[in-house]
Design a protein around this ligand. Structure first.
Ligand SMILES: Cc1cc2nc3c(=O)[nH]c(=O)nc-3n(C[C@H](O)[C@H](O)[C@H](O)COP(=O)(O)O)c2cc1C
Length: 182
């Protein structure tokens, strides 16, 4: 039996427009090591992503990274969680069959008794449709900016968007989850 773990190169290239909706009240949970390799996931994660739990354990979390997600979103996430702060965000994830599902994600660092980061945990639930509808064009602007000018360009765009709306990234995302629109 092969012990080779799945990696980004095993992700589907046949991206489709088929959306799977997370059920109200369902939670997708995963835990990674400090590098983002999955060390635990619940059954709902496996079911939504379309892999077996055994396939997911040991794989890098970027296996389910969707190309419509701007890189800056993950940079914001890693910068926050590495400094032991919480991350909230709207994430479009890629399923094994090329489809996708949207989540409202929370990621946080797990600390040992001396305060060092030993792993990360993420819990996701279903976002309101209004949050998805609001974030889609914003992520499109950010991914387009990245194609032209990399993450410097998307960071500038994100900062000017937040300044224009007189909000912080965290507040903006939490407001979206509460049903706010812009
Ligand atoms: C606990 C945890 C959960 C994560 N969950 C996801 C996820 O659901 N989808 C995703 O695309 N990236 C997730 N990430 C971020 C990935 O580690 C990675 O940064 C992202 O997929 C972008 O990968 P890339 O920079 O290799 O393209 C998670 C990271 C951590 C630490």
């Amino acid at each position: 039996m092969s012990t080779k773990k799945l990696s980004k190169t095993d992700a589907p290239s046949n991206i489709t427009n088929n959306e799977k909706k997370l059920k109200n009240g369902d939670f997708i949970i995963s835990k990674t090591d400090t590098k983002g390799k999955i060390i635990y996931c619940n059954e709902i994660f496996a079911e939504m992503a379309g892999y077996s739990a055994a396939d997911l354990i040991g794989a890098n979390h970027n296996l389910i990274r969707h190309p419509d997600m701007p890189r800056i979103a993950f940079k914001v996430a890693w910068d926050l969680i590495k400094s032991k702060k919480e991350f909230f965000g709207l994430v479009k994830n890629l399923m094994k069959d090329g489809g996708y599902y949207w989540v409202f994600a929370y990621i946080t660092a797990d600390l040992n008794a001396s305060g060092s980061i030993i792993s990360y945990t993420s819990v996701r639930r279903k976002p309101p449709q209004s949050a998805i509808d609001t974030i889609i064009p914003i992520y499109k602007l950010l991914t387009d900016a990245e194609k032209r000018g990399g993450m410097d360009a998307s960071l500038k765009l994100l900062q000017s968007f937040l300044a224009e709306h007189k909000t912080s990234y965290e507040q903006f995302v939490i407001d979206l989850q509460k049903g706010a629109t812009i």
